[in-house]
Design a protein around this ligand. Structure first.
Ligand code: FDP
Length: 424
């Protein structure tokens, strides 16, 4: 692929940088990009028909999407893309490689749009009276912050309005929702719109996390081990049960997963099943720009990230591990923000291990499988690391509840394996 073919045309730059383009939704941006690419190098699916490029399997899509793709960029060309390639352009490139459908690109663009809006709110929360509690509790019995509620609305609206999302499941909603506005694609998106929100009022990093599945074609409830009532004990109707079935899938079925960290900069990190890429929000142009090319977690790293205040309730094996990391000539360093996205992002870049174990009171710990542990484990594996419950691979767990919790040890492969040994 000649680099020139990928340079944003004037038209693309205008479309993706104007705030108005954001409000109009991701569809416009994607189709404009598709049109501005040399037609000889784009398959029918990538040109925006949205039909030829239907999902056909995990992480890779129909051969039609890849038919006329030219050879991969050289390492040097990829390096040149850092700091210049926008997220939308990158998505188009993934489409041409056959890694995403046209429809999936629209969904991902709508998530990027939601996260830009949330980023802006997080930055100004202290000035605009958006700190503090909303006065309600979410389904997990946790106090909802005002920004939790607003972020959930933004995330849900963007996903619904893009017309390519069939089912959404949010940390803030009791049951998954079937999206009426869906036009095609019907992707299933599980998300936590604002993770780590207990940190907001202190201005500490928070984040959004998401995972995307194909719609479950075998959405037949018969014989499926699915809960038929909500956490409040209300019966779920058939549509709600089907939505649940769409979401209750093992992480290994994810097509894409990612997070956005709202910190000193806003960073979108995601995988579409072909490595992990990071994009930093350039607030001057209002767009995410490639900043982390093909992230790989260091194989080992002497940083451990646990809430040691909970140690009293941990297993003996884990207590022994805590002694191990403090032992020896060069003990490990302890780093714990208490905000999963921030702690995981550091682990991705510097190596080490993040853990939220079960304890005597909560044997599955605190973190939620579908929109915390599974997406992060998908990213960890894509970056050459590991996500484990201590005894098994997180991505193999098939949930039977949307808000199911799971112990998590994640990060550098060697470090996670050391913990597994202590726990075996
Ligand atoms: P929060 O409660 O602030 O939303 O699962 C949510 C989470 O934050 C994670 O982001 C964070 O890693 C963890 O909880 C922190 O839990 P502890 O306060 O128990 O350490």
């Amino acid at each position: 692929m000649k680099t020139a073919a990928w340079r944003p045309s004037k038209m693309m730059t205008t479309t993706t940088t104007k705030g108005a383009a954001l409000a109009r939704g991701a569809t416009t941006a994607t189709t404009t990009l598709a049109r501005s690419t040399t037609s000889s190098s784009v398959s029918a699916g990538a040109k925006g028909s949205g039909v030829a490029c239907r999902a056909s399997g995990k992480g890779k899509f129909g051969a039609s999407a890849a038919v006329s793709v030219t050879p991969a960029s050289t390492a040097v060309e990829q390096e040149n893309e850092v700091g210049t390639m926008t997220f939308t352009t990158w998505l188009l490139k993934q489409e041409m490689k056959g890694n995403v459908t046209n429809e999936m690109a629209v969904v991902l663009n709508s998530i990027a749009l939601a996260c830009k809006q949330i980023s802006s709110l997080v930055t100004r929360a202290g000035l605009q009276g958006m700190t503090g509690l909303a006065g309600e509790q979410n389904v997990q019995g946790e106090d909802q912050k005002k920004l939790d509620v607003i972020s959930n609305d933004i995330f849900s609206d963007c996903l619904k309005n893009c017309g390519r999302t069939g089912t959404i499941a949010s940390e803030e909603e009791e049951v998954p929702i079937a999206v009426e506005q869906t036009f095609s694609g019907d992707y299933v998106v599980c998300f936590d719109p604002l993770d780590g929100s207990s940190n907001i009022d202190a201005g500490i990093s928070v984040g959004s996390i998401f995972g995307i599945f194909e719609p479950n074609e075998e959405c037949n409830l018969e014989g499926k081990n699915i809960v038929t009532e909500s956490t409040d004990g209300d019966d779920l109707d058939i549509s709600q049960q089907e939505s649940l079935l769409h979401c209750c899938r093992p992480g290994k079925d994810l097509l894409s997963a990612g997070y956005v960290m709202y910190s000193s900069s806003t960073v979108l990190v995601l995988s579409v099943g072909d490595g992990v890429y990071g994009f930093t929000l350039d607030t001057l142009i209002g767009d995410f720009v490639l900043s982390h090319n093909n992230i790989k977690i260091p194989e080992s790293g002497k940083i451990y990230s646990f809430n040691e205040g909970n140690m009293k309730g941990w297993s003996d094996g884990l207590k022994n591990y805590m002694d191990f990391v403090k032992d020896g000539e060069k003990p490990y360093s302890s780093r714990y923000i208490g905000s999963l996205v921030g702690d995981f992002h550091r682990t991705m870049l510097y190596g080490g291990v993040y853990g939220y174990p079960g304890d005597v009171r909560n044997k599955n710990g605190k973190l939620r499988l579908l929109y915390e542990c599974a997406p992060m484990s998908f990213l960890a594996e894509q970056a050459g690391g590991k996500g484990s419950t201590g005894t098994c691979r997180v991505l193999d767990i098939v949930p039977d509840q949307v808000h199911q919790r799971c112990p998590l040890f994640i990060g550098s492969t060697k470090e996670v394996e050391i913990i597994e040994k202590f726990l075996s």
